[in-house]
Design a protein around this ligand. Structure first.
Ligand code: AHG
Ligand code: MN
Ligand code: MN
Length: 333
């Protein structure tokens, strides 16, 4: 098999479609390199003293794990000096992180969830990194939070890494979705799946069922109908999976179909779901759409949601198109 590296893929993609200029390629390669470093730290586990709590809280009031902070630092450090970015933003930082004045500034904005699936770190279950790339608005002077508040449809690239039995990187620049596997001996990313497509039909769903008693009627109806199986209105049996790492759940869906849901619920009526729009839902929605699937918040396409603030939350329904359309239509009724 002829091996295509991430660099070769990016260069050839630029040659063919003129959609990955050199600065964006550098950005993607630096993020990929950070994911390699994070993967290495994750793989050390207890031996690298990276497990456990850091004893602090992030802006969302969540307890930070050591790896949340380590991964955030790795991404910040790696991306500061290259000249490709104007600023960064992260789940683990309240405000944005402008590129320090000692470095040249570029035209891109990078957002990330440095470590997704934190509750799985200490139990050796798949976790990952999610990232989203935007262009800085024309004429931007000093970057502010407002410059980041662009809808997901404006993303120029998005991706995620999964640190699992294998470390993989899934990437889109708006021209389909490709998967790269980390060759741990060589330290390089090798293209292993071209143009991933989510199967249109599915018999699998993912939702945290412990919240069932709080669900709103459209979600309850949709899940009940699946649970009713062959003898119910859906006339088929469904299977359920919930990894509690969005990266791993989305990666399964990209490979064999399914729907992933994190709805808003009646516990906190003012909270529009758990997941964050700008560095969880948007990049995943971009990838899922590029793979032929769909992503909504129950009412509208996630990529069309105009963010009001950096750490805004959003309800998420994503995956196989027909299922996402069905649950979205229940919200309209
Ligand atoms: P994070 O670790 O970045 O805070 O994200 C965790 C998210 C997501 O990855 C996952 O799907 C979901 O939270 C799990 O939520 P539950 O704890 O309700 O299962
Ligand atoms: Mn997350
Ligand atoms: Mn996280």
């Amino acid at each position: 098999m002829k091996r295509v590296s991430l660099t070769q893929y990016l260069v050839e993609e630029q040659r063919l479609y003129n959609n990955i200029p050199a600065e964006l390629r550098l950005l993607i390669e630096v993020v990929a390199r950070s994911c390699k470093t994070i993967s290495h730290a994750v793989g050390k586990g207890a031996l690298g003293e990276v497990l456990g709590s850091a004893g602090s809280e992030n802006v969302q009031g969540e307890v930070q794990k050591k790896l949340d902070i380590i991964s955030n630092e790795m991404l910040l450090e790696a991306n500061e000096w290259g000249g490709h970015l104007a600023a960064m933003a992260s789940e683990e930082m309240e405000g944005i992180h402008p590129i320090p004045n000692r470095y040249p500034k570029g035209e891109y904005l990078l957002l990330f969830d440095p470590l997704d699936g934190s509750s799985n770190i200490d139990v050796n279950v798949s976790i990952g990194t999610i990232f989203s790339v935007l262009k800085a608005p024309d004429g931007m002077a000093e970057p502010t939070e407002k410059d980041f508040l662009q809808c997901g449809a404006k993303q120029v690239a998005a991706g995620y890494a999964v640190y699992g039995p294998q470390t993989v990187l899934v990437l889109t620049t708006g021209n389909g979705v490709n998967c790269f596997t980390l060759d741990r001996e060589m330290g390089s990313w090798v293209l292993t799946q071209r143009d991933m497509k989510i199967p249109a039909e599915t018999k699998e769903f993912a939702i945290n069922a412990s919240n069932a008693r709080h669900w709103y009627p459209p979600v309850k109806r949709y899940v009940d109908e699946m649970l009713a199986g062959e003898t119910g209105v859906r006339q088929k049996n469904f299977n359920m999976r919930w990894i509690a790492s969005m990266v791993a759940d989305v990666h399964r869906i990209l490979n064999r179909g399914g729907i992933f849901m994190y709805p808003a619920d009646a516990r906190e009526p003012d909270k529009p779901g758990k997941l964050r729009l700008m560095y969880e839902a948007n990049p995943m929605a971009f990838i899922v759409e590029q793979a032929g699937g769909a992503a909504t918040n129950g009412k509208q396409r996630i990529l069309d949601v105009q963010p009001q603030k950096l750490h805004e939350r959003v309800a998420v329904f994503l995956g196989s198109r027909s299922e996402v359309e069905r649950v979205t239509s229940y919200h309209a009724e």
